[in-house]
Design a protein around this ligand. Structure first.
Ligand code: PGA
Length: 239
């Protein structure tokens, strides 16, 4: 199991449904990994085996996993299969999965357990909608997501939380630095168990805001979508 406490920051590229073989070759020719940090690239499953992994500070991640371990579930990929292919990380509960594929906290909880049982680090995504933010429901929504989607077996050594306000994903909008810090410290204070968790921020992270976001006390890295597809930008963010 990777020792997460070895890293001052963790940066995760979420390519979503993007990339192809040519793109991957160019990406790794140009990727400049910062040895102090942990860099994880999450590609579509079909390409996972083509991604580079040095087992020191550069790792591979999947974007989703099945809630089932085996059986008649056409199209699914299990945590055990990811583990067979030496995948180290896996996103779970990304808002696009929650919203577009109706994933519930209960399903996310099952997926997370499967990952932990296979020594894959789940990156459990949580976040509020704009309406929830505007009606002051952020903390309530996040607490519910955390309580229901994070199984008892999760701890700071085997799991990561990513706070991604849904309204900030792909929009160019971000919460203020104070708001990010407040939410991250809230997440870590929900329960003693979360105090030492790595909590990443995601949602419109780019070169112009990543340094300030990462300087915040309770931010332990970033989950990056759009900007992770541009290798020069991603290099600057992880530097
Ligand atoms: P974004 O996406 O960086 O393009 O906002 C983040 C994510 O969806 O994980």
């Amino acid at each position: 199991m990777i020792n997460l406490s070895n890293f001052s920051s963790i940066f995760i590229a979420n390519w979503k449904l993007n990339g192809n073989i040519q793109f991957i070759d160019k990406y790794y020719e140009n990727l400049l990994v910062n040895p102090k940090n942990c860099t994880v690239v999450c590609s579509p499953n079909i390409y996972l085996n083509r991604l580079k992994n040095n087992n020191i500070n550069l790792f591979t991640g999947a974007q989703d996993v099945s809630q089932f371990n085996e059986g008649a579930y056409t199209g699914e990929i299990s945590a055990n299969m990811l583990s067979d292919e030496k995948i180290n990380f896996c996103l779970v509960g990304h808002s696009e999965r929650r919203q577009l594929f109706n994933e519930s906290n209960e399903v996310i909880n099952a997926k997370t357990s499967n990952l932990i049982n296979n020594d894959i680090i789940p990156v459990i995504c949580i976040g509020e909608t704009l309406e929830e933010k505007e009606t002051n429901l952020t903390k309530k929504v996040l607490a519910k997501q955390i309580n229901e989607s994070i199984p008892d077996g999760c701890n700071f050594e085997n799991s990561i939380i990513a706070y991604e306000p849904i309204w900030a994903i792909g929009t160019g909008l971000t919460p203020s630095l104070d708001e990010i810090e407040e939410v991250h410290s809230f997440i870590k204070s929900i329960n003693l168990k979360f105090e030492r968790f790595k909590v990443l921020y995601g949602g419109s992270v780019k070169v112009s805001n990543s340094k300030d976001i990462n300087k915040l006390d309770n931010v332990d890295g970033c989950l990056i979508g759009g900007s992770s597809l541009k290798i020069d930008e991603f290099n600057l963010i992880i530097s």
